[in-house]
Every structure is written in C-alpha cells, then in structure tokens.
Design a protein around this ligand. Structure first.
Ligand SMILES: [Cu+2]
Length: 375
C-alpha cells in the first residue's frame, strides 16, 4: 500500500500499470521515450588475456605475481563467467552485435541508456544455472523492479524481480526522473551501474555487471547520447575474485595440491592466485588498443566505475593527457568500491598511453590498459 501512495505522489493519478505510470509521471515531457533492452545472463568462457601476450611488456604472458615473492601462478586466464548479453528481441535467439565503439566494454553488460523523462524496460532472461537479477543504481524503481531479495514487507508479484530462476524471464521497469540525471556539478550525462543482486558477491564475481548512462533532458541526441560529447568510453576497474564466482568449482583447479597450487579456500592463498585485477575483464594490457583509440581534440567522456569486493577501490591514472572531474583538473581519480565517476578529456597529446590503476599491487597484478590518441 505504501508503494501505491508513493506513486500517487509522483503521478497524482491512479496506479494503472507500469507503462501508464511512466506515461503519467512524464506527461509534461513530449520528447520522452521508453527504451527497451533484451538482456540475458549467459554462461560463457572468458579470457582475461586473449592471445597470451602481455601487451604492456610485449612479452609472452606468464602472469605477474601479486607479490614479488610469489612465483608466477600456473593457472589459466580462461574462466567460465556469467555475463549480461544483449539480444535483438524477446525471443532471445539472436545476440545483438556490439558496435565497434563499444568493443572496449569487454565482459561488461551492454550500455543501458536513459534521458531524464524516459522509461527504461529491461526484459531479462536468465540462461544461467542460479537465480539472477538486474539491480540498477540511481533510477526510480518500484518493488517489482529492484532486483534484490530481502525482508521488505513485499509479496507476490513484487518479489518476482528478487531472483529470476534459471530459464525464467522478468521485465524490469525503471523511471528516469530528474534525480536520476546529472546534478548541479555534473556535465550533460552521468554513469550508474546495474548488477545482479541475488547473491550480490557471487553474482558480481561471476561477471554480472554493466553500465547505465543517464543524459540530461534537452542535452541528448536521439539515441540518448550527450550532444556535447564526441566519444564515450566506459571502463570498470573490476577486481574479480574467481574463488567467489558461481563457477569457481569448475574454474579453479580441482586438485590444487597436486598441481602445486595452494588451497583456494584458505584466505591467505586467494589473492596471489585467484584474483584477476582487470579493466572490463582484461588484464595486462589485453584490452584492445583499437577499442580505446580517440582523436586529438575530440570531446571524450570517460565513465569509470569499480566493483564490489573488499579493497575494490582503485586509482585510475591516465598517462599523456589530463581530465576534468567536477570541473577540477587531474590525471588520477579516486574510485571507491562500487564508485562511479565521469572524467572529461580533450586529448592534445598524440601517442599510445598507459591507463592503469595506481595502487601498486593492482598495477603489478595487471590492472593496466593502453589508450591511443591519433591525429
Ligand atoms: Cu586498483
């Protein structure tokens, strides 16, 4: 009942269903649209270092010890992950091709967009083997579209979003009111994220997270991108704990001791062996350089976020060029666990440049990429 009262305040109209709700709360904005995404959770094999070449050193990949005292670990860079993937329609038979400008997203889910005033619909199919959800940050959701199970006094349809069972489908409906868009200190667009939140730690370490970009009303192109930005890039500094993944039993060595690998279930053994310090699921420079190539003088907007684990706070650093964050100039930003930031760059320095986490242990463990500025 409280839910209804809340919406009456928003809409001053009776509750008539999600679409009508969106319509009534946005009736004053004739330009607003409903953006629908078909997203599945799929089990796929992911390689943190495709090609087995360390692109930072230029040498064959042998892994970098997390601590210098630890020997290179004889474990694979290939893991079964559960990832959000975008499909063409509700049949979930055809993957929607990822355009070249978003190749750099790596293992992240697709970009979900909204402009202030819009409604976002995510038709979610769970092709995995555990219950999963889509929990968004920032946007306005009712209890049937939050994607997190906990004791909140709800029941029936309001719990269908909590955890979509394997083989199940649920439609999440999110509104994009003013408070989901850029604030007074923000530019024309901001970054939120979405992730599965049934077993938050295991779901996210399995790979279920992605970006959600909201653009201010009146500052968006038809596709929702900000009019004053030439190139958008999303980079997530994700410290993946493979021992916390739902696929850990398949991914990690079954007979660790005989393989000379410490027991992955003992805490002191986890860091040097089973944590992947990635940017969008790539380590040791494996994020394709072509995918992070921008032009001199372009207005480049970097959306940056971090993941969920202990000490999953990072210090992204750009070599070669500087950025503006909340109108302040820097080249290192402070990203807390699950933090989200926007950094605007107008590159003036042509070349291939390092882009890495400046926390020394993360840097040593491969949380590095390169970006290029071309004429
Ligand atoms: Cu870091």
């Amino acid at each position: 009942m409280r839910r209804h009262a809340r919406f009456l305040v928003v809409c001053a109209l009776p509750l008539l269903g999600a679409m009508q709700l969106a319509g009534c709360s946005l009736a004053s904005d004739p330009g607003s649209v409903t953006r629908t995404y078909y997203i599945a959770a799929d089990d796929v094999t992911w390689d943190y270092v495709p090609g087995s070449v360390d692109q930072i050193s230029g040498l064959p990949y042998t892994d970098t010890a997390y601590y210098r005292s630890v020997k290179p670990r004889p474990v694979s860079t290939r893991y079964v992950k559960t990832l959000y993937r975008e499909y063409a329609d509700s049949s979930f038979t055809t993957l929607k091709p990822r355009p070249p400008e978003w190749e750099h997203l790596g293992f992240l889910g697709p970009v979900i967009r909204g402009v202030v005033g819009d409604t976002i619909r995510v038709v979610f199919r769970n092709n995995g083997t555990h219950p999963y959800s889509v929990h968004p940050h920032g946007v306005f959701y009712r209890k049937d579209s939050e994607g997190a199970p906990y004791v909140d006094g709800t029941q029936g349809p309001d719990r269908a979003d909590d955890g979509v069972p394997p083989g199940g489908t649920h439609t999440y409906t999110w509104l994009v009111p003013e408070r989901a868009g850029p604030g007074p200190m923000d530019g024309s667009s901001i970054i939120w994220m979405y992730h599965s939140h049934v077993d938050e730690i295991r779901d996210v370490n399995s790979g279920l997270l992605g970006p959600l970009i909201v653009t201010a009303r009146g500052k968006a192109r038809r596709d929702g991108s900000p009019v004053d930005v030439d190139r958008e890039l999303v980079t997530a500094f994700v410290q993946v704990h493979e021992e916390e993944s739902w696929s850990a039993a398949d991914n990690l060595p079954r007979d660790a001791e005989s393989a000379g690998i410490p027991n992955p279930h003992q805490l002191q053994n986890i860091y040097p062996w089973f944590v992947q310090f990635s940017i969008n699921g790539y380590t040791h420079g494996a994020l394709p350089l072509r995918a992070l190539t921008v032009r001199k003088g372009q207005r480049v907007r970097w959306y940056v976020f971090a993941s969920t684990n202990d000490f999953d706070g990072h210090s992204p650093h750009w070599h070669g060029n500087t950025v503006l964050v909340n109108q302040m100039r820097t080249d290192v930003i402070n990203l807390p666990t699950m933090g989200m930031l926007v950094a605007d760059m107008v590159p003036d320095d042509i070349g291939t440049w390092l882009y890495h986490c400046h926390i020394s242990l993360h840097l040593a463990a491969g949380m590095q990429a390169r970006y290029a500025v071309v004429p």
